[in-house]
Design a protein around this ligand. Structure first.
Ligand code: ZN
Length: 200
């Protein structure tokens, strides 16, 4: 289906203002909004070529900055704590060299598989965390970045993909508590995988 066909199909399902009806996800018990009064933003027509992402082709890439601070690093990878976050912890894993997921060299890809498992294990070893949600979208920045959302224990309502929205709605966790959790996770990643924890 071409972009124009995709758009025309969506428009046929939309109202005269181009708004799609509420559907599926809005009925989930984990959906963060009540459907009454909620309406869908009109879908914009296709835009081709797409605008560049931040750091596209490595130009002015913020993730390539040599002094980028992280909570953990080794020769090829860096783990950063992102804030403010409503989730107890929001971590970002990125390669030190400029790659996207689709052009990651095989050696880095093997490391990535292990790192996703070991970082998840480190986050889920925190007693107040039930799950680490792992995601990669890659539409904002061209430099590969994998998100780890720590889902707090005892909140089934925060299960699943909507945690990325709840993260924005919940009040930001205090920086000192976030930093404390991040330091524990950085030490655990060092034990489980190698590399070294870094201050702040
Ligand atoms: Zn980069």
């Amino acid at each position: 289906m071409s972009p124009d066909e995709f758009y025309a199909r969506a428009m046929r399902a939309s109202d005269p203002q181009g708004r799609l009806p509420l559907s599926r996800m809005t009925g989930w018990d984990i959906f963060p909004f009540e459907p009454d009064g909620l309406r869908v933003v009109p879908l914009a027509p296709p835009e081709l070529p797409e605008p560049d992402r931040s750091g596209e082709n490595g130009r002015d890439c913020p993730a390539c900055a040599p002094d980028r601070a992280g909570i953990w690093a080794d020769e090829h990878w860096r783990l950063l704590a992102y804030g403010p976050s409503g989730a107890p912890l929001l971590l970002i894993l990125e390669p030190r060299a400029h790659h996207d997921l689709s052009d990651l060299p095989d050696d880095r890809a093997r490391e990535l598989g292990l790192l996703v498992v070991r970082i998840t294990r480190a986050i889920e070893s925190l007693p107040h965390i039930a799950r680490a949600h792992v995601s990669r979208w890659g539409d904002g920045g061209a430099h590969l970045h994998i998100f780890f959302f720590a889902r707090p224990a005892g909140f089934p309502q925060l299960r699943g993909t909507c945690l990325a929205i709840w993260d924005d709605l919940l009040p930001a966790v205090p920086a000192d508590q976030r930093d404390q959790d991040a330091a524990v996770v950085a030490q655990a990643v060092t034990r489980f995988y190698g590399g070294r924890a870094q201050p702040g």
